[in-house]
Design a protein around this ligand. Structure first.
Ligand SMILES: *[C@@H]1O[C@H](CO)[C@@H](O)[C@H](O)[C@H]1NC(C)=O
Length: 433
C-alpha cells in the first residue's frame, strides 16, 4: 500500500478517536453540499479581507488555471470604473490539488461605501460594504465554525445583525486533512464573507501537518491570506490591522511565542506603534484562551499567557477574544490571575457550530474572574460606540432563534486612566529600547 495512504489513515483514526474527558451533547452533522456543475472559470469561494489603509483583498478560486486574477469594481451595479490585477497561488496536499487561488487587492476605497465587483471577468456580481472611518463600528465574532447545521444557524444569525467586520479567532473549516472540505467551507461562507471582511487567525484545525509528508498551515495560508505584510509581520500566522478607532492584533497560538520568537518581537514592535489618540481601543485575538474555567482544554493557554500577558497588560489591551473551547465565557478585567481594573476583559467564543459539539463541563466554584459562562452555540457582537464605550453582547442559537443571553457595557482603558503611565513594572519594560 502507498505509505502516504497508510499514514493518512493512521492520522484519521487518531482524529476520530481523540479521547476527551467531557461529554459533548448533540452536535449536528456536516452539511451536505450538492455537486457543483458551474463552469470551471467561474469564481467560487469568494471572500474579502482588509488589506491596509482603505484597501481590501478579494480572494476566490477557479478550477481553470488560465482564469485571470482581475477584479473589476465600482459603486454602481454593473458599472466597473476600476480594475485591479492581483496574484495567484495553488497547493497540493497528499492526493489533492487545489484550484487556482486568486488574491487581488482593490482600493483606495471610500469608507462606509457599497462597492459592486466581479472576479476574473466572469460570473455573478458581488457586493461589499467598506467599514466606517470613525465610531461607531461593529464587529461580529464567532470562532470554531466548522460546517454543520449549527454553523449555518450561526451564520444566519450573524447575517441578521448590522456589522462591519467579522472576526474569527481560529478553527475555520474543520477540514482536518480532507482538503475538499476547505472548498465546501469556502462555498458555505461566501454569502457573508464576500460582503464583509473576514479577519481570521489560526486554530489547531488549521495545522494539518503530517510528519515527513506535509508542512502545517498550507491550506490556511494559501486560502486565507491576511494583511501580514501590510502590518510588518513576516508570517500569515500573526498580523494587525485597524478599523475606525480600533487597533486589532491577531496572534498565533500555534507558532512560537517565547521572548526570542519572531512573533514576540513583532508584537512588541506593533504595540509600540499603537497611537491611542487615533485608535483608543486595543483588541487582541488568538485561538487558545488564557482565562478558561471550562474543563475542556484546561490550562492549554498557560505557556503563551506566561510569555505574553505582561506585554499586553503594559500596552493596555482592552479586550482579548479567543476560541478553542466550544462554549462562551466572559471574564471581568483581569491580569495575572487577579482582578485588575487595568487588565483585559477575556472572552472565549469558540461556539460557532463545529461538528465536535459543545464543551459543557465547568470547574466549580466559578473562579472570581469569571463573570459569565454558558455552553451554547452562538456568536458575539461588539459595537464600539465611541472612544470610551463599547457594547458587547452574546447571542446564542437557542432553538435556532438568536437569543441575546449576555450583554455588558465595557469602558475603554483610555477612559479609565489606565494609560497615563502611572503603573509600575511591565509598562516600563515595554517602553525600554
Ligand atoms: C459614549 O457613548 C456612551 C453610551 O452611549 C455615552 O453615555 C457617552 O456619553 C459617550 N461619550 C462620548 C464622549 O460621546
Amino acid at each position: 500500500m502507498d505509505p502516504k495512504f497508510v499514514l493518512l489513515m493512521a492520522v484519521l483514526v487518531t482524529v476520530a478517536t481523540g479521547k476527551s474527558d467531557y461529554v459533548r451533547p448533540k452536535p449536528r452533522k456536516n452539511l451536505q453540499f450538492p455537486w457543483d456543475s458551474k463552469p470551471s472559470s467561474q469564481p467560487k469561494q469568494v471572500h474579502i479581507s482588509l488589506a491596509g489603509n482603505r484597501h481590501m483583498r478579494v480572494t476566490w478560486i477557479t478550477s481553470d488555471k488560465h482564469s485571470p486574477s482581475i477584479v473589476e469594481y465600482g459603486t454602481s451595479p454593473g458599472k466597473y470604473n476600476y480594475i485591479a490585477q492581483g496574484e495567484s497561488t495553488s497547493y497540493s496536499y497528499l492526493f489533492y490539488s487545489s484550484g487556482k487561488i486568486h488574491h487581488t487587492v482593490i482600493g483606495p476605497l471610500e469608507h462606509s461605501t457599497t462597492y459592486f465587483y466581479r472576479c476574473g471577468r466572469e460570473g455573478p456580481e458581488f457586493q461589499l460594504k467598506t467599514p466606517p472611518s470613525q465610531f461607531p463600528v461593529t464587529f461580529a465574532v464567532a470562532g470554531d465554525m466548522g460546517q454543520t447545521g449549527w454553523t449555518k444557524s450561526t451564520l444566519d444569525h450573524i447575517d441578521l445583525c448590522e456589522y462591519d467586520v467579522h472576526l474569527l479567532p481560529g478553527d475555520l473549516s474543520y477540514a482536518d486533512y480532507i482538503q475538499s472540505l476547505w472548498d465546501t467551507f469556502g462555498e458555505l461562507v461566501q454569502p457573508l464573507a464576500s460582503a464583509r471582511p473576514w479577519m481570521v487567525t489560526e486554530g489547531n484545525h488549521e495545522k494539518e501537518n503530517i510528519m515527513f509528508l506535509e508542512d502545517g498551515f498550507q491550506s490556511y495560508n494559501a486560502r486565507w491570506k491576511m494583511p501580514f505584510k501590510e502590518s510588518g509581520s513576516s508570517s500569515n500566522l500573526y498580523y494587525s490591522f485597524e478599523v475606525a478607532g480600533v487597533h486589532l492584533i491577531m496572534l498565533g497560538s500555534y507558532t512560537d511565542y517565547d521572548e526570542y520568537s519572531d512573533q514576540y518581537s513583532w508584537l512588541k514592535a506593533d504595540l509600540l506603534k499603537v497611537d491611542r489618540k487615533r485608535t483608543p481601543w486595543l483588541l487582541v485575538l488568538f485561538h487558545v484562551p488564557w482565562y478558561n474555567s471550562n474543563r475542556a482544554h484546561q490550562g492549554e493557554g498557560v505557556s503563551m499567557m506566561e510569555a505574553m500577558e505582561s506585554l499586553l497588560y503594559a500596552a493596555g489591551v482592552d479586550i482579548v477574544l479567543a476560541g478553542h473551547v466550544h462554549a462562551y465565557e466572559r471574564s471581568k478585567r483581569v491580569y495575572n490571575g487577579r482582578l485588575d481594573p487595568c487588565g483585559a476583559v477575556h472572552m472565549t467564543i469558540g461556539d460557532g457550530g463545529n461538528r465536535e459539539g459543545l464543551a459543557h463541563q465547568y470547574i466549580n466554584p466559578q473562579p472570581h474572574w469569571s463573570d459569565f459562562r454558558e455552553a451554547s452555540f452562538g456568536h458575539g457582537e461588539l459595537k464600539v460606540v465611541n472612544s470610551t464605550h463599547a457594547l458587547w453582547s452574546w447571542h446564542r442559537n437557542d432553538d435556532d432563534e438568536p437569543v441575546r443571553s449576555d450583554q455588558v457595557w465595557i469602558n475603554s482603558l483610555v477612559s479609565s486612566g489606565c494609560l497615563a503611565d502611572k503603573r509600575p513594572g511591565p509598562r516600563k519594560i515595554l517602553m525600554a529600547p
